[in-house]
Structures are given as structure tokens and as C-alpha cells.
Design a protein. Structure first.
Length: 176
């Protein structure tokens, strides 16, 4: 896509330059600027030069990643709007909930495709780098310090924890 835009901009620049160039007898040499640019300052030429500068501006990885994520989230937003309209027009709560669940799954799949992972949940060992204990429950049937319940799901982006899971942790009565 950038090649087409670049070619179109270059074509516009050349067309604008030819159309704005003063007629000469062919023997004169047009003065040149030291930087090699044109002396033509028409709005058309300035816009073309500006477009060329934007196309040659490097995009960092973070900006590109954010762009790709936002682009991939747009269909999720569209489906969320459809789910809301379904709820407003049908009056059927079950149908509305089904539509919302489909959108939630699409949203999660999109984020997963961009590297999002859930932090391990119930019955995994408590890990202070991925979990925050918000409560304890006595339970002799499971190992001490196991996650019994997830109150709020935590997430990682690749190897970094975005948000730790808020969990209830098992506590063996025999240990205390």
C-alpha cells in the first residue's frame, strides 16, 4: 500500500511541477536550491513534499503493534454494537446474553492473538508474582497455598504480568 501511495505522490509532484514550471526557450538552466529541492512553492507541491516526508518517516515497533491491535479490535467493536442493538430491539434477554458472550469470546481471541495470556487459575500453586491473595479458606483436601478460587482474572502479555489474579488461597488447618 505504501508503494502505491508513494508512487501516486511522486506522480502528483511531477505533474504539479511540470504544470507550474515557467516556459523557457530550452537554452536556459533553471536555478536550483542548494538542497536539491525545487524552487516551486505551490500548495500542491508543498502537499506532495509533505506526503513524501510522512511516507519516509519510520514507524517504531510499538506504534505498529498498537496500530495492528486497534485494527483487529474494530470488528469486535462492530459486533458489540450489534449485540447492543439486538438487546434493544429483541427484548429477549437470553438472545442478548448469547450475543454478548460471542463478542466477549471474539475480544479475548483477538487479544490472545496479540500475546495476551491468562494467569494460571484454580488449584495451581500460589505465585506472588502472578497472584494477589484477597482471602484464605481452610481446606485440608488440597495442598496448602493452592489457589482455590479466582476473584478477578489476571493477565500476562508474553512474559510480563499486566494484572495479577486476585485469588482465594487454601490454608490447611493442620499447618496452623
Amino acid at each position: 500500500m505504501n508503494k502505491n501511495v508513494l508512487q501516486d505522490t511522486q506522480d502528483q509532484f511531477q505533474t504539479g511541477y511540470r504544470n507550474q514550471r515557467p516556459e523557457t526557450s530550452g537554452n536556459e538552466i533553471a536555478p536550483q536550491r542548494r538542497d536539491g529541492g525545487s524552487n516551486d512553492h505551490s500548495p500542491h507541491t508543498s502537499q506532495c513534499e509533505s506526503n513524501l516526508q510522512v511516507l519516509h518517516h519510520p514507524i517504531d515497533d510499538e506504534t505498529l503493534s498498537a496500530f495492528e491491535l486497534m485494527k483487529d479490535l474494530l470488528p469486535v467493536m462492530d459486533n458489540l454494537e450489534r449485540a447492543i442493538l439486538t438487546g434493544q430491539h429483541s427484548g429477549d434477554f437470553d438472545e442478548f446474553m448469547e450475543a454478548v458472550e460471542v463478542v466477549r469470546n471474539q475480544f479475548f481471541d483477538t487479544l490472545t492473538n496479540h500475546g495476551l495470556q491468562e494467569v494460571s487459575g484454580s488449584w495451581s500453586p500460589f505465585n506472588s508474582t502472578q497472584h494477589v491473595a484477597v482471602g484464605h479458606e481452610d481446606d485440608d483436601g488440597h495442598p496448602h497455598g493452592s489457589v482455590m478460587d479466582v476473584v478477578e482474572q489476571g493477565y500476562r502479555l508474553r512474559d510480563r504480568v499486566l494484572r495479577p489474579s486476585k485469588v482465594i488461597v487454601s490454608r490447611n488447618r493442620s499447618i496452623h
